[in-house]
Design a protein around this ligand. Sequence first.
Ligand SMILES: [Zn+2]
Length: 135
Amino acid sequence: MEPADLLEQARSRSADPANPLENLAAAIAIGRELGAEADPMLDLALREAREAGISWAAILERLAPAPRSVRRRLLARPFTRRRLANRRRKLETACSFCRRQPGPRVFMVYGEGGRICHHCVALASDIVADLAKRR
Ligand SMILES: [Zn+2]
């Protein structure tokens, strides 16, 4: 069966078909029945949840009651692996204060164990100037 059709099946079993997190839970239930055959559908359900703005933290929390084998399979899916790797990479390059990414219009100052963008440098500079005035 096509992943989209399987996901449709999951939606029909979902406690709330408008909630991608509930659909993911239903997809996991189907995944437990079908095994690896359902993996592309799980990918799709995960992508849908992420595109609906649901955080990884919420997804992982929802996955917690799932059996370890299902959780491991799900977290090993290419979509998840890629996203988690991207997130890790992004956190490694982001401003330590506001999480902005460096770019052509975001200048970053690198220090030992952290980075600060020019927006945060300006903000910190204002804060320090205010504090100095009050003394
Ligand atoms: Zn910043």
